[in-house]
Design a protein around this ligand. Structure first.
Ligand code: GDP
Ligand code: IMO
Ligand code: MG
Length: 428
């Protein structure tokens, strides 16, 4: 049967923090359901509504539009305590979310011991990843190792106790080896399990729910977290997160068939940023990096860490276009470049042997040795924050967007020129 609704995947096309939250919020105006398909509280999605700023970590970014159903799919690792803190925080700010949130019975529970282990391993590691410390890696390890605890396990207390005991004692053994005390773990586990009934009350069969909605002609957004270059398989391994952030993960992470997906929109910043360890091929000079960080407010929404800044890397976004099958892109933060006399785009990588390549290499370590090949374009040196139509953008800004579109190989469908909902230019 052919689905009559629409299902659009929103995916980060760089190293995360591209402005997915802002774009999902804008597009949520015209959809019925927004679902997260992977990741956990490592994400920090910022949404501005009027003068209010919301940073959402686990709740989908459609929550600020009344009536939209917000789901967390099976691909998510759910930190239950943090989730309900966020939930209560949103309610306390006057948002009615009663009956609007559903969590997959198949979602994995991210336990306090995962978080302890993440921090301990990172602390002891010779090659640091610079994780967010939210327990993401250990939770997905337990999932892949078939030791994970799922929402559905909360339905049977005996089975739950056994599964937790097995997973927890393994983690405690590792903490012991690392010489890290399992401080406050009992208390944290009690707090987590005390929320079981509350969680079961909103548990849902997310895949069938989305499929049924599509059959009824409803519109759905699947909201990715992190970005393509942080994908476990396709990113700059091992400097990645532990889930499939790319569009393929949207089907497996929600439980719908890939043929239900009608559009895949890649979110790209007008430049590139990265937080955590790992190479950033188009990194700016220290002076420019500091300048752009200040202009763009580039500090992590989850950890507050400064984000490294680089020029727009078209080698990466072209790769993202291929990996995700992008049908369009949304370019965010164009306004951040409003005062720049010139802007650069990395169009290829020059390898140590002098050869140029236009493909993103699988060998992550080679990225530290490449020299980006830049194209320099004149800046527009004019404010864009009030522009609402493409033709009203300065000529040089349009030329910059045209070049991004051409090199990325995906049409620009939206341009964001500020944090506000209204600061968006729809195209076509
Ligand atoms: P996400 O993780 O992809 O949702 O992105 P983050 O929320 O972590 O980071 C994006 C930041 O840029 C947030 O502070 C947003 O409020 C902000 N932002 C989003 N779009 C724009 C834009 O077009 N212009 C400016 N100046 N800021 C933006
Ligand atoms: P959103 O959804 C940017 C990075 C971390 C680290 C690596 C692994 O807001 O775009 P993890 O805690 O996942 O094991 O860390 O991934 N990272 C992000 N960087 N945006 C994010 O999410 C990120 N989530 C994780 O900094 O380098
Ligand atoms: Mg973010």
């Amino acid at each position: 049967m052919t689905a009559r609704g629409s299902c659009t995947v929103i995916v980060g096309a760089q190293w995360g923090d591209e402005g997915k939250g802002k774009i999902v919020d804008v597009l949520a105006e015209n959809v019925d359901i927004v679902a997260r398909y992977q990741g956990g509280a490592n994400a920090g999605h910022t949404v501005h509504v009027g003068d209010d700023e919301f940073v959402l970590h686990q709740i989908p970014s459609g929550i600020l539009h009344p009536g939209r159903r917000c789901l967390l799919g099976n691909g998510v690792v759910l930190d239950v305590r943090q989730f309900f803190q966020e939930y209560d925080g949103v309610v306390a700010r006057g948002i009615d979310i009663d009956g609007r949130i559903g969590v997959s019975y198949r979602a994995q529970l991210l336990m306090p011991y995962h978080q302890l282990l993440d921090k301990a391993v990172e602390h002891a590691a010779a090659t640091k990843i610079g994780t967010t410390g939210r327990g993401i890696g250990p939770a997905y390890e337990d999932k892949a190792g078939r030791r994970g605890v799922r929402v559905a396990d909360l339905l049977n207390q005996d089975r739950l106790a056994k599964r937790i005991e097995a997973a927890r004692s393994r983690v405690e053994g590792k903490l012991d080896e690392l010489g890290v005390p399992a401080a406050r773990l009992d208390e944290a586990m009690d707090e987590t399990l005390a929320l079981s009934d509350r969680l079961l009350a909103i548990a849902s069969d997310v895949g069938p729910e989305i499929s049924a909605a599509l059959e009824e002609g409803k519109h759905v957004l699947l909201e990715g977290a992190q970005g393509t270059a942080l994908d476990l398989d396709h990113g700059t391994y091992p400097f990645v997160t532990s889930s499939n952030t790319t569009a393929g993960g949207a089907a497996t992470g929600t439980g719908i068939g890939p043929t239900s997906i009608t559009d895949v929109i890649g979110i790209v910043k007008a430049y590139t940023t990265r937080v955590g360890e790992g190479p950033l091929p188009s990194a700016m000079t220290q002076e420019m990096d500091e300048h752009v960080r200040k202009l763009g407010g580039e500090f992590g929404a989850t950890t507050g860490r400064p984000r490294r800044c680089g020029w727009f890397d078209a080698v990466l976004t072209r790769y993202a276009s291929q990996v995700n099958g992008l049908t369009g892109i949304a370019v965010t933060k164009l306004d951040v470049f409003d005062t720049m006399p010139e802007v650069k785009i990395a169009t290829a990588y020059r390898m140590p042997d002098g050869k140029e390549r236009r493909f993103f290499p699988a060998d992550t370590w080679s990225l530290s040795e490449i020299e980006p090949v830049y194209e320099t374009m004149p800046g527009w040196e004019a404010p864009t924050g009030d522009v609402r139509k493409l033709e009203d953008l300065p000529k040089n800004a349009r030329a910059y967007l045209d070049r991004i579109e051409e090199l990325t190989n995906a049409p620009v469908r939206w341009v964001s020129v500020g944090t506000k909902r209204s600061q968006i230019i729809p195209i076509g």
